[in-house]
Ligand binder design. Structure first.
Ligand SMILES: C[S@@+](CC[C@H](N)C(=O)[O-])C[C@H]1O[C@@H](n2cnc3c(N)ncnc32)[C@H](O)[C@@H]1O
Length: 252
């Protein structure tokens, strides 16, 4: 028998309360003014990985994670994986669907500076929050599903080795639509990275605010259609990823 909405809401609130206690403990709220002690750190480390993810989501990611002063809505452990992938794959073009303020866009552009190669194609339908400028960033402003946007990005990618990051709308149908529209741009050996599948693994009403099916469900549907892409689970070795099964390597 499946639980009704009331039981689900009750369970989510109970998880939320328990999580709240752990989040306060991890964040060190109420600590003594003399500073944290060894036992404060010990109390933090007894928290679960799930509690850390909830803490990062509630207390850090939207306001206190920055690249060169610009907000970046990502888990820093995933940013490290991006650094490794760009170094290994050396794409000519990184297409980012969903840039928001541009912290992640600037991060990718700076990595390309270090590599001495590459450009970021930033696709977003709302350029108002975008605060970054960099010679390696090309802005494409419009709905990523609009035929003219798809055509513009394809034109900018023609003849280039492409890596693609999806961080746009996170509803299952929107993600699946975008993966179908853009996957063919990705070079064999390169990656299609789908952000934030983690929302599908948290209870409804929990820290990740999942209300409907999201990116992870889109990934599973996409993989059923496209055997030429395979999740690279070595990209999840730091465990605390926001992108479960979301680092998709094109194998042929
Ligand atoms: C989660 S934010 C991106 C965060 C950013 N990548 C970062 O890590 O800091 C999602 C962005 O996707 C954009 N977006 C959502 N749906 C879109 C669509 N259909 N076409 C283009 N952009 C879209 C929003 O305007 C928003 O800026």
């Amino acid at each position: 028998m499946t639980p009704g909405p009331c039981r689900l809401a009750f369970a989510a609130r109970a998880v939320g309360r328990r999580m709240g206690r752990w989040i306060r403990r991890i964040a060190g709220l109420g600590r003594r003014s003399a500073g944290r002690t060894a036992s404060d750190y010990d109390a933090r480390w007894r928290a679960s990985l799930r509690a850390w993810l909830a803490y990062h989501q509630r207390e850090v990611v939207f306001d206190r994670c920055r690249w060169m002063g610009v907000r970046v809505l990502k888990n820093p452990l995933d940013l490290w994986i991006y650094q490794e992938l760009l170094h290994r794959v050396r794409p000519d073009r990184l297409v980012e669907i969903g840039s928001y303020e541009g912290g992640s866009t600037l991060f990718f552009a700076h990595l390309f500076d270090l590599l001495g190669h590459g450009a970021v194609i930033s696709v977003d339908r709302d350029r108002a929050p975008f605060v970054v400028r960099h010679p390696r960033i090309v802005e494409v402003t419009g709905d990523c599903a609009a035929p003219e946007t798809v055509a513009k990005v394809a034109e900018l990618c023609r003849g280039h080795k492409v890596l693609l990051v999806h961080d746009g709308e996170h509803a299952r149908e929107a993600v699946l639509r975008d993966l179908r529209l853009y996957a063919d741009l990705v070079a064999v050996g390169s990656y299609l990275i789908v952000e934030d599948g983690i929302v599908d693994l948290f209870p409804a009403g929990g820290a990740f605010g999942r209300l409907a099916a999201g990116p992870l469900e889109a990934i599973e549907a996409f993989l059923a259609e496209r055997p030429d892409f395979r999740p690279d689970e070595s990209c999840e070795r730091y465990v605390l990823t926001y992108n479960p099964r979301g680092f998709l390597r094109r194998i042929r």
